[in-house]
Ligand binder design. Structure first.
Ligand SMILES: [Mg+2]
Length: 265
Protein backbone atom coordinates (compact mmCIF):
# COMPACT_ATOMS: atom_id res chain seq x y z
CA UNK A 1 0.00 0.00 0.00
CA UNK A 2 1.14 3.50 -0.76
CA UNK A 3 3.00 5.29 2.00
CA UNK A 4 1.77 8.67 3.17
CA UNK A 5 3.57 9.14 6.49
CA UNK A 6 7.21 8.52 7.37
CA UNK A 7 8.33 8.51 11.01
CA UNK A 8 12.05 9.11 11.42
CA UNK A 9 14.20 8.35 14.43
CA UNK A 10 16.78 11.07 15.18
CA UNK A 11 20.01 9.72 16.74
CA UNK A 12 21.94 7.38 14.49
CA UNK A 13 19.36 7.93 11.75
CA UNK A 14 19.45 11.64 10.85
CA UNK A 15 22.10 12.87 13.29
CA UNK A 16 25.23 11.00 14.29
CA UNK A 17 25.34 11.23 18.08
CA UNK A 18 28.50 9.14 17.91
CA UNK A 19 30.28 11.64 15.66
CA UNK A 20 29.08 14.63 17.71
CA UNK A 21 30.31 13.01 20.94
CA UNK A 22 33.64 12.17 19.30
CA UNK A 23 34.02 15.80 18.24
CA UNK A 24 33.36 16.92 21.83
CA UNK A 25 35.93 14.42 23.16
CA UNK A 26 38.55 15.48 20.60
CA UNK A 27 38.18 19.18 21.42
CA UNK A 28 38.04 18.69 25.19
CA UNK A 29 41.05 16.40 25.20
CA UNK A 30 43.03 18.72 22.93
CA UNK A 31 42.78 21.23 25.79
CA UNK A 32 43.89 18.58 28.30
CA UNK A 33 46.91 17.71 26.12
CA UNK A 34 48.01 21.36 26.16
CA UNK A 35 47.61 21.51 29.95
CA UNK A 36 49.14 18.11 30.67
CA UNK A 37 51.33 17.07 27.71
CA UNK A 38 52.44 13.88 29.47
CA UNK A 39 48.90 12.50 29.53
CA UNK A 40 47.67 10.05 26.91
CA UNK A 41 44.40 11.66 25.74
CA UNK A 42 43.07 8.46 24.16
CA UNK A 43 43.44 6.69 27.50
CA UNK A 44 41.46 9.45 29.23
CA UNK A 45 38.70 9.20 26.61
CA UNK A 46 38.49 5.44 27.07
CA UNK A 47 38.41 5.99 30.83
CA UNK A 48 35.57 8.50 30.60
CA UNK A 49 33.55 6.15 28.38
CA UNK A 50 34.20 3.20 30.70
CA UNK A 51 33.49 5.03 33.97
CA UNK A 52 30.39 6.70 32.48
CA UNK A 53 28.93 3.30 31.55
CA UNK A 54 29.69 1.88 35.00
CA UNK A 55 28.74 4.86 37.18
CA UNK A 56 25.52 5.71 35.33
CA UNK A 57 23.97 2.47 36.60
CA UNK A 58 24.74 3.38 40.23
CA UNK A 59 22.52 6.47 40.46
CA UNK A 60 18.86 6.58 41.58
CA UNK A 61 17.81 7.97 38.20
CA UNK A 62 19.22 5.01 36.25
CA UNK A 63 15.94 3.06 35.83
CA UNK A 64 14.17 6.22 34.73
CA UNK A 65 16.94 7.05 32.25
CA UNK A 66 16.65 3.56 30.74
CA UNK A 67 12.86 3.85 30.50
CA UNK A 68 13.08 7.16 28.66
CA UNK A 69 16.09 6.13 26.57
CA UNK A 70 18.87 8.36 27.91
CA UNK A 71 22.41 6.98 27.63
CA UNK A 72 25.38 7.26 29.97
CA UNK A 73 27.17 9.48 27.43
CA UNK A 74 24.15 11.76 27.11
CA UNK A 75 24.28 12.02 30.90
CA UNK A 76 27.65 13.72 30.46
CA UNK A 77 26.17 16.76 28.73
CA UNK A 78 22.37 17.03 28.94
CA UNK A 79 20.70 19.66 31.15
CA UNK A 80 17.68 17.50 32.16
CA UNK A 81 15.91 20.65 33.37
CA UNK A 82 12.57 19.40 32.05
CA UNK A 83 10.92 19.75 35.46
CA UNK A 84 8.55 16.82 34.91
CA UNK A 85 8.50 13.10 35.77
CA UNK A 86 11.77 12.15 37.50
CA UNK A 87 13.85 14.73 35.64
CA UNK A 88 14.27 16.97 38.75
CA UNK A 89 15.87 14.04 40.61
CA UNK A 90 18.10 13.34 37.63
CA UNK A 91 19.08 17.02 37.32
CA UNK A 92 20.02 17.14 41.01
CA UNK A 93 22.45 14.19 40.69
CA UNK A 94 23.84 14.67 37.21
CA UNK A 95 26.63 17.10 38.09
CA UNK A 96 28.02 14.75 40.70
CA UNK A 97 27.87 11.93 38.16
CA UNK A 98 29.86 13.93 35.59
CA UNK A 99 32.45 15.09 38.07
CA UNK A 100 32.93 11.54 39.36
CA UNK A 101 33.33 10.18 35.82
CA UNK A 102 35.99 12.74 34.84
CA UNK A 103 37.77 12.44 38.21
CA UNK A 104 37.95 8.65 37.88
CA UNK A 105 39.27 8.87 34.31
CA UNK A 106 41.96 11.36 35.34
CA UNK A 107 42.92 9.24 38.34
CA UNK A 108 43.47 6.28 36.02
CA UNK A 109 46.24 8.24 34.29
CA UNK A 110 47.74 9.43 37.58
CA UNK A 111 46.05 12.83 37.85
CA UNK A 112 44.18 13.50 41.05
CA UNK A 113 42.70 16.89 40.21
CA UNK A 114 39.03 17.65 40.91
CA UNK A 115 39.35 21.19 39.59
CA UNK A 116 40.69 19.98 36.25
CA UNK A 117 37.97 17.30 36.15
CA UNK A 118 35.34 19.99 36.66
CA UNK A 119 36.79 22.15 33.87
CA UNK A 120 36.92 19.19 31.48
CA UNK A 121 33.34 18.18 32.30
CA UNK A 122 32.13 21.72 31.52
CA UNK A 123 34.20 21.94 28.33
CA UNK A 124 32.80 18.64 27.16
CA UNK A 125 29.25 19.99 27.61
CA UNK A 126 30.06 23.20 25.71
CA UNK A 127 31.72 21.34 22.81
CA UNK A 128 28.93 18.79 22.58
CA UNK A 129 26.31 21.56 22.49
CA UNK A 130 28.03 23.08 19.45
CA UNK A 131 28.28 19.81 17.57
CA UNK A 132 25.60 18.57 15.22
CA UNK A 133 26.77 16.01 12.73
CA UNK A 134 24.33 14.93 10.05
CA UNK A 135 25.02 12.13 7.55
CA UNK A 136 25.90 13.06 3.99
CA UNK A 137 22.48 11.97 2.75
CA UNK A 138 20.39 13.42 5.62
CA UNK A 139 19.44 16.70 3.95
CA UNK A 140 19.27 15.43 0.35
CA UNK A 141 16.86 12.65 1.39
CA UNK A 142 14.64 14.90 3.52
CA UNK A 143 14.56 17.38 0.66
CA UNK A 144 13.55 14.57 -1.72
CA UNK A 145 10.73 13.29 0.54
CA UNK A 146 9.29 16.50 1.97
CA UNK A 147 6.15 17.68 0.21
CA UNK A 148 5.44 14.16 -1.05
CA UNK A 149 5.02 12.56 2.38
CA UNK A 150 4.05 13.64 5.86
CA UNK A 151 7.32 13.55 7.83
CA UNK A 152 7.36 12.98 11.60
CA UNK A 153 10.20 12.74 14.09
CA UNK A 154 10.01 10.25 16.96
CA UNK A 155 12.97 10.28 19.29
CA UNK A 156 13.79 8.73 22.64
CA UNK A 157 15.24 10.98 25.31
CA UNK A 158 14.76 13.99 27.52
CA UNK A 159 12.89 16.79 25.72
CA UNK A 160 15.51 19.29 26.95
CA UNK A 161 18.34 17.14 25.59
CA UNK A 162 16.75 16.31 22.23
CA UNK A 163 15.86 19.99 21.74
CA UNK A 164 19.49 20.93 22.37
CA UNK A 165 20.50 18.50 19.60
CA UNK A 166 17.94 20.03 17.25
CA UNK A 167 19.02 23.53 18.22
CA UNK A 168 22.49 22.69 16.93
CA UNK A 169 20.92 21.55 13.62
CA UNK A 170 17.99 23.99 13.22
CA UNK A 171 17.72 23.26 9.47
CA UNK A 172 16.25 19.85 10.35
CA UNK A 173 13.12 21.27 11.97
CA UNK A 174 11.53 22.61 8.79
CA UNK A 175 11.01 19.11 7.40
CA UNK A 176 8.85 17.74 10.21
CA UNK A 177 5.17 18.27 10.75
CA UNK A 178 5.32 16.85 14.29
CA UNK A 179 8.13 16.04 16.69
CA UNK A 180 7.45 13.58 19.49
CA UNK A 181 10.05 13.15 22.25
CA UNK A 182 9.62 10.16 24.54
CA UNK A 183 10.52 12.05 27.73
CA UNK A 184 7.57 14.37 27.15
CA UNK A 185 5.25 11.37 26.87
CA UNK A 186 6.68 9.32 29.74
CA UNK A 187 7.64 6.16 27.88
CA UNK A 188 10.29 5.51 25.27
CA UNK A 189 10.41 3.38 22.14
CA UNK A 190 9.56 0.47 21.80
CA UNK A 191 6.41 1.23 23.88
CA UNK A 192 3.52 0.83 21.38
CA UNK A 193 1.58 3.58 23.20
CA UNK A 194 4.26 6.06 22.13
CA UNK A 195 3.84 5.04 18.48
CA UNK A 196 0.05 5.26 18.78
CA UNK A 197 0.40 8.70 20.37
CA UNK A 198 2.66 9.83 17.52
CA UNK A 199 0.21 8.57 14.88
CA UNK A 200 -2.73 10.28 16.60
CA UNK A 201 -0.80 13.57 16.96
CA UNK A 202 -0.33 13.57 13.20
CA UNK A 203 -3.69 11.98 12.40
CA UNK A 204 -1.78 9.35 10.47
CA UNK A 205 -3.05 5.93 9.43
CA UNK A 206 -0.87 2.99 10.52
CA UNK A 207 -1.60 1.24 7.20
CA UNK A 208 0.07 4.03 5.22
CA UNK A 209 2.90 4.76 7.69
CA UNK A 210 6.48 3.54 7.84
CA UNK A 211 9.00 3.83 10.71
CA UNK A 212 12.66 4.44 9.80
CA UNK A 213 15.32 3.87 12.45
CA UNK A 214 18.73 2.43 13.25
CA UNK A 215 17.78 0.43 16.35
CA UNK A 216 16.12 -2.98 16.12
CA UNK A 217 14.90 -3.12 19.71
CA UNK A 218 13.40 0.37 19.85
CA UNK A 219 12.47 1.65 16.37
CA UNK A 220 11.74 -1.64 14.63
CA UNK A 221 10.27 -3.61 17.52
CA UNK A 222 8.02 -0.67 18.47
CA UNK A 223 6.93 -0.04 14.89
CA UNK A 224 6.20 -3.73 14.32
CA UNK A 225 4.16 -3.93 17.54
CA UNK A 226 2.21 -0.82 16.57
CA UNK A 227 1.31 -2.46 13.25
CA UNK A 228 3.24 -0.17 10.94
CA UNK A 229 5.84 -1.05 8.35
CA UNK A 230 9.46 -0.66 9.43
CA UNK A 231 12.73 0.10 7.65
CA UNK A 232 15.88 -0.79 9.54
CA UNK A 233 18.67 1.60 8.64
CA UNK A 234 21.62 -0.72 9.13
CA UNK A 235 24.60 1.35 7.98
CA UNK A 236 27.27 -0.94 9.35
CA UNK A 237 25.76 -4.27 8.29
CA UNK A 238 25.07 -5.45 11.83
CA UNK A 239 23.68 -8.91 12.43
CA UNK A 240 19.88 -8.97 12.50
CA UNK A 241 17.74 -10.68 15.14
CA UNK A 242 15.27 -13.47 14.42
CA UNK A 243 12.61 -12.03 16.77
CA UNK A 244 12.66 -8.48 15.41
CA UNK A 245 12.23 -8.59 11.66
CA UNK A 246 11.88 -5.28 9.80
CA UNK A 247 9.78 -4.94 6.65
CA UNK A 248 12.99 -3.86 4.89
CA UNK A 249 16.68 -3.44 5.73
CA UNK A 250 18.76 -0.80 3.98
CA UNK A 251 22.27 0.64 4.26
CA UNK A 252 21.61 4.36 3.76
CA UNK A 253 18.94 7.05 3.87
CA UNK A 254 19.15 7.22 0.08
CA UNK A 255 18.05 3.57 0.00
CA UNK A 256 15.22 4.45 2.41
CA UNK A 257 13.91 6.99 -0.12
CA UNK A 258 14.26 4.48 -2.96
CA UNK A 259 12.37 1.80 -1.03
CA UNK A 260 9.54 4.15 -0.12
CA UNK A 261 9.21 5.45 -3.68
CA UNK A 262 9.10 1.85 -4.94
CA UNK A 263 6.08 1.18 -2.70
CA UNK A 264 4.10 3.69 -4.76
CA UNK A 265 1.17 2.41 -6.72
MG1 LIG B 1 18.53 5.88 16.78
Amino acid sequence: MTIKTIIFDLDGTLLSEEAAVQQAFDRTLAFLTVQQPQVNAAEVEQGVRRHAAALFTSYDFYDFAVQIGISALEGLWGAFDDGSLRFPQMASQIEAYRLNVWCAALEDVGLSDRRLAKILSLMFIAHRLEAAVTYEDTYPVLERLVGHYQLLLLTNGAPSLQRLKLKAAPELLQYFEKINISGGFGKGKPAPELFEHTLSLAQADPATTVMVGDQLFTDILGGNTAGIRTIWLNRTAKQGHEEVVPTASVRSLTEVAQWIENEEG
